[in-house]
Design a protein around this ligand. Structure first.
Ligand SMILES: Nc1nc2c(ncn2[C@@H]2O[C@H](COP(=O)(O)OP(=O)(O)OP(=O)(O)O)[C@@H](O)[C@H]2O)c(=O)[nH]1
Length: 379
């Protein structure tokens, strides 16, 4: 059974509870068109029996999601409305939609925790097509760090092998992957996707044998290839930290191997990364306990707005957690409708009562004034 909205209002997962054992959060990243969504669908299918994934879509701009979701950002934020209201372009709209979502990070984490208690061993998270919007935005950071300080978390980077057959595109992809690896500080698995169209052994050769990559680059005569040559020298250490797996999200080839590699990444999280995030969690808790920092040399302190950074429990009476639900997860029952109507009726009655109270008061004042005037001697 899914968690109800009402329950989430009352409590939300707090940082003080420590890193849990499950569910394992798998954040799926990749360049636009690399096959993230198709990959996510295939991953869910292959992991269903053993890991019963809890599925989250964080792409507010996608039209359709080809799998059933438990949490869908599109139920939380209307991306088109955000673009219209704030007069933003598509990328600005996605960033703002993600920012809005992260204000509910504590409740989202609570949903993930409850999913773990209901037997979901994995939580698979599909991200927006425009990778930089997620990886370099504050909200992407909050979501990634927030999850990694509460659950074992890993990143799966989906790479299109067909497009990466060009050495410069391959290098750009690798530089991007490298920057995400160092930014997130999480176990990193590269899913070399679309191997039904092209064999991925060339990528593995390029990663393990520097000279083979140089030979491939020889074929390209451009300024970019010179730059790529220089860059490739620096990426050797990065490749050592990478785990790779060839897959086809379309045919399902390679997914058995991929599941094993994901489990290896989880072990890696436990051994190497958990202490880092545990430390980060302690620091955040200390920051929360210390309260806001004094603002030296600032004429006006200003008013703080909640940015979703603090993962404190929400106020028990807060009425702002009515979303984060996938369609059908918490169906609007006839009883809910009746409750809503009752609430509306109550509100209207309260308004009427208030107006009649004010009116009575004004009438009483007026009659007092009239009486006083009558008592006063006429000139
Ligand atoms: N042949 C083949 N095509 C694939 C594979 N994976 C994805 N595709 C195709 O690649 C295209 C892009 O796939 P998506 O899953 O939409 O990629 P995405 O990264 O989610 O796309 P955006 O979110 O729009 O950036 C679609 O036409 C897919 O059918 C694969 O393994 N093999």
């Amino acid at each position: 059974m899914s968690a109800g909205v009402e329950d989430i209002k009352l409590e939300a997962l707090s940082l003080s509870e420590g890193i849990r054992e499950s569910p394992v959060c798998i954040i799926v990243l990749g360049m636009a068109g690399s096959g993230k969504t198709t990959f996510t669908r295939s991953l869910i299918q292959h992991a269903q029996k053993e890991f019963n994934p809890y599925v989250v879509n964080l792409d507010p701009a996608c039209r359709e999601v080809p799998y059933a979701t438990h949490v869908d950002i599109r139920d939380t934020v209307n991306y088109r409305e955000v673009m219209k209201q704030y007069q933003l372009g598509p990328n600005g709209g996605i960033v703002t939609a993600l920012n809005m979502f992260t204000t509910k990070m504590a409740q989202f984490a609570e949903l993930v925790r409850r999913a773990g208690e209901r037997g979901h061993k994995w939580c698979v998270i599909d991200t927006p097509g425009q990778i930089e919007v997620f990886t370099w935005s504050a909200s992407g950071n909050i979501i990634t760090e927030g999850l990694a300080t509460m659950f074992p978390t890993i990143v799966v980077y989906v790479m299109d092998v067909v497009r990466s057959a060009c050495p410069t595109t391959f290098m750009s992809n690798m530089l991007y992957a490298c920057s995400i690896l160092y930014k997130t500080r999480l176990p990193f698995l590269v899913a070399l996707n679309k191997i039904d169209l092209q064999d991925c052994s060339f990528v593995l050769d390029w990663m393990t044998d520097f000279e083979t990559f140089q030979e491939a680059l020889e074929q390209e005569q451009s300024f970019v290839s010179n730059l790529t040559r220089t860059m490739s020298l620096t990426l050797d250490t990065f490749y050592e930290n990478l785990s790779t797996c060839g897959v086809s999200a379309k045919t399902g080839v390679g997914f058995a191997q991929l599941l094993k590699k994901i489990l290896d990444c989880v072990t890696q999280y436990e051994q190497d990364y958990k202490p880092v995030y545990e430390k980060m969690r302690q620091e955040r808790l200390a920051e929360q306990a210390a309260g806001p920092r004094p603002t030296d040399n600032v004429e006006e302190a200003g008013v703080a707005v909640p940015l979703g950074l603090g993962l404190q429990d929400p106020h028990p009476n807060s009425k702002n957690s009515v979303f984060l639900m996938a369609p059908g997860l918490v169906p609007q029952s006839a009883e809910d409708d009746e409750n809503d109507m009752e609430e509306d009726a109550k509100g209207t009655m309260e308004d009427q009562n208030f107006h009649s109270f004010v009116q009575n008061h004004l009438d009483a004042q007026q009659s007092k004034r009239d009486k006083l005037q009558q008592k006063q001697p006429q000139p």
